[in-house]
Design a protein around this ligand. Structure first.
Ligand SMILES: NC(=O)c1ccc[n+]([C@@H]2O[C@H](COP(=O)([O-])OP(=O)(O)OC[C@H]3O[C@@H](n4cnc5c(N)ncnc54)[C@H](OP(=O)(O)O)[C@@H]3O)[C@@H](O)[C@H]2O)c1
Length: 438
């Protein structure tokens, strides 16, 4: 689309980028490609006026035009020719101090930084509100998937009860390869690293911390309470075995790393990241490779799913660009999108959460053992939905696989503790929650 000469002249909004790496670089390219179209559609002409990077000497091969490139991000925030600050530096500092400085001086901020928002989100939203400016962060939660804006705007009147996300592409890629190609965890991780999906130190992804930061932001927005990364319970995928994957397939499940943000009737909230057996019929089971999806359950709206690319320069840059346009248009109208205020969160303890579980137990292959083991479940009020013997590793032992009905996690833990103490139980090899109604 080209600018309509009959339309009102566009107002220029000048961008100051803090960072120009994967996301910042993609944004610079998108602004150059799309500026005419955006001006024609919105009346706002975007121009990148300043860019802060660490290494100013590197030729980035980007259409930076007349933009000033500096290694002083604070100067970009303070510059008179910067109207909107785009924080794509990453990490907690200096991103936090720079964001506070920008908002405090009345400049809107667009950020892709999950770490920053998961640690300081509620305070930063209140600071933005106090100064009457936008703080927008679509890219921080699910990369290119428009999810924060629908949650904040379309669903603002909805009673959202639970959000379940596959929001880490690296772990979803690893689990997909283990499931579909029969690779071991180590083989799938090595391939993810070779493809650039996983860092040399993959802990943030495989330990569930990246997904946990995003889940904290989701819970804050969905439930209107201040949830931080420290409030999230994490379990990663490093213990998921080829046996678990094979058993899950046979029983009609896919193993996924899920982030679950949930609000209970008493107002308490739980946010956790863990591997889960997802029934084949659930829409999240079809989310393969490095794709992400977020599944929302609301009392009136029912079930919704948002699906797409959760990372990568293009998808993430696209989400940042959407926010930049919003902030720029709001600026020209003297408006901003308020996030409201955030109450203190009441966290429901992990032990009180309801969960159905898959358990794999290696037992002595002797008469009466099954009744003994089943009796332990019953004694702790954990009812068994299905059980099967999946073959012996040796002549002396048998592997029993249980799926329980929904039970309190504390009762499942007590069951496991007692099972471990039995001499007929050789080992408990796996405990994986089953995604369902609870
Ligand atoms: N990459 C993705 O797919 C993705 C997806 C969703 C969200 N995000 C988020 O987007 C943000 C940016 O990620 P990215 O992948 O674009 O990171 P990146 O490629 O590492 O880029 C970071 C940029 O910040 C600059 N920088 C870092 N510290 C600086 C400092 N103290 N002063 C000035 N410049 C500094 C770097 O300069 P040099 O170039 O000179 O080193 C680089 O240009 C992060 O918060 C990340 O979590 C990324």
């Amino acid at each position: 689309m080209t600018e309509n000469p009959e339309s009102a002249p566009s107002r220029t909004v000048r961008l100051g980028l803090l960072g120009c790496g994967t996301v910042g670089g993609a944004l610079v390219e998108l602004v150059a490609e799309r500026a005419d179209d955006i001006a024609a559609r919105t009346g706002v002409r975007l121009v990148v006026s300043r860019v802060a990077v660490r290494d100013v000497s590197r030729d980035r091969g980007l259409p930076l035009g007349d933009a000033v490139v500096t290694d002083d991000p604070a100067a970009v925030v303070a510059a008179d020719d910067v109207d909107v600050v785009v924080e794509v530096v990453g990490g907690l500092e200096p991103a936090h101090a720079l964001t506070v400085a920008a908002l405090s001086s009345g400049k809107p901020v667009v950020s892709a930084n999950k770490e920053l928002l998961a640690h300081h989100g509620a305070a930063l939203f209140e600071l933005a509100d106090a100064h009457g400016v936008d703080l927008l962060f679509e890219a921080a939660v699910a990369g290119g998937i428009p999810f924060v804006r629908p949650l904040r705007e379309s669903l603002v009147g909805e009673d959202v009860t639970r959000v379940v996300g596959i929001i880490n592409g690296t772990t979803n890629y690893i689990l997909t390869k283990m499931t579909e190609e029969g690779w071991t965890y180590a083989e799938a991780l090595a391939e993810a690293q070779a493809l650039g999906y996983a860092e040399a130190d993959p802990t943030a992804d495989v330990g569930g911390f990246d997904a946990g930061a995003k889940a904290a932001i989701i819970a804050t927005i969905a439930f209107g309470v201040a949830v931080s990364a420290a409030d999230v319970h994490h379990e990663g995928i490093t213990e998921v075995s080829a046996d678990d994957i094979a058993t899950a397939r046979r029983l009609g499940y896919q193993i996924k790393l899920v982030a679950v943000a949930e609000r209970f009737d008493d107002g308490s909230v739980a946010v956790r990241v863990h591997p889960a057996m997802v029934p084949d019929a659930h829409p999240l089971a079809a989310v393969r490779d490095s794709f992400n999806a977020v599944f929302v359950e609301g009392r009136a709206v029912g079930d919704l799913m948002f699906y797409g690319r959760g990372a990568g320069g293009g998808p993430t840059g696209s989400a940042v660009l959407g926010d930049v346009i919003d902030a720029a248009v709001n600026l020209t109208k003297g408006a901003h999108a308020s996030l409201g205020t955030f109450g203190e969160v009441t966290l429901r303890p992990q032990s009180e959460l309801p969960a159905a579980c898959y358990l794999a137990v290696e037992v002595a292959d002797r008469p009466g053992v099954l009744a003994t083991v089943a009796g332990v479940f019953g004694a702790h009020g954990v009812s068994i939905r299905s059980m099967e013997q999946v073959g012996s590793d040796t002549d002396a032992t048998a592997r029993l696989v249980f799926i329980t009905h929904v039970a309190r996690e504390a009762d499942v833990e007590a069951t496991l503790d007692e099972l471990r103490s039995l001499d007929v139980v050789a080992s408990i090899d796996s405990v994986i929650r089953v995604l369902g109604d609870a």
